[in-house]
Design a protein around this ligand. Structure first.
Ligand SMILES: [Mg+2]
Length: 281
């Protein structure tokens, strides 16, 4: 999950909020493009890093509450500052002297897509009610808004449905509706970095392709917040048996992020899988 998410995130970051002409000319999955603002390339962004932070919190023996969640985000960023965070998060990381101060600074009623982009690992939990409760808790740390909470629950349940074989990508919308999730599956055009846009775009992309490479290409073609749509869509799709796992070798080989790169993420993915098998979650 995290490996596929990271590759899609790094690839999508090169197209984030660029002109459609650039997407048309370069979205061929042949290699990474540098991010328009940070200049970084072949490296994942906030989507993958915050998912990693929550995955490691799940794998630890710490309790799951607003303090430990905020500390996970704060510590994971400071051990490895990656690009792509929204300005308010970047400012809080820079200004807060510790995780408690960070938690106070980042709690707002935003309905940006930050709370949903990191909810994927929660799908490894065995119980849907626990998934929804934990998705909400982590969302409200930075996005204390019902729209952001709904989107975070949807994304966590979407990975769960694949991991536990409770739905196919075709039946996923019905599965989500059964838990009270609210969404629109039709989407066209550039995606704003807000929960409703991103959720619709992800569900639309997942309804239209059955291979990771096609899902990545379609995510980027939409334009706008391409790294989030690509990261979330590929991360969810990687949990479904019916999806061909065909991310291009070139993107795997060119990925360039030392210390917390693909090898590190693959190990976390294995530990999440192992926990599921032993029913400890
Ligand atoms: Mg991002």
């Amino acid at each position: 999950m995290l490996v596929e998410m990271a590759i899609a995130d790094a690839y999508g970051a090169g197209f984030e909020f660029v002109e459609q002409d650039i997407i048309r000319a370069h979205n061929d999955l042949g290699g990474y493009r540098a991010h328009a603002l940070s200049g970084e390339s072949a490296c994942y962004t906030d989507d993958t890093q915050m998912s990693l932070a929550l995955a490691e919190l799940m794998l630890s023996d710490k309790v799951w509450d607003c303090e430990t969640i905020a500390a996970a985000f704060y510590d994971t960023y400071h051990r490895d500052p990656v690009h792509g965070y929204a300005k308010r998060l970047q400012q809080a990381f820079a200004q807060a002297s510790d995780a408690q101060e960070f938690a106070r600074q980042v709690k707002t009623d935003s309905f940006g897509n930050g709370a949903m982009m990191r909810a994927l690992p929660l799908g490894y939990l065995a119980d849907e009610q626990a998934i929804m409760d934990k998705a909400e808790q982590q969302a409200r740390v930075t996005h204390d808004h019902d729209i952001a909470v709904n989107a975070a629950k949807c994304i966590a349940l979407a990975t769960h449905a694949g991991i536990y074989k409770k739905a196919s990508l075709e039946t996923l919308p019905d599965y989500l509706t059964g838990f009270g999730c609210v969404f629109e599956t039709h989407w066209e055009g550039p995606v704003r970095a807000i929960s409703e846009d991103t959720l619709s775009a992800v569900l639309m992309v997942l309804s239209q392709a059955r291979s990771l490479s096609k899902i990545l290409e379609l995510s980027v073609n939409l334009g706008g917040d391409t790294d989030s749509v690509a990261a979330i869509s590929c991360g969810i799709a990687s949990c479904y048996e019916e999806v061909e796992k065909d991310l291009p070798q070139a993107l795997i080989a060119q990925f360039d992020h030392p210390h917390y790169g693909l090898e590190y993420l693959a190990n976390i993915d294995l530990r999440l899988e192992a926990l599921k098998r032993t029913d400890k979650l």
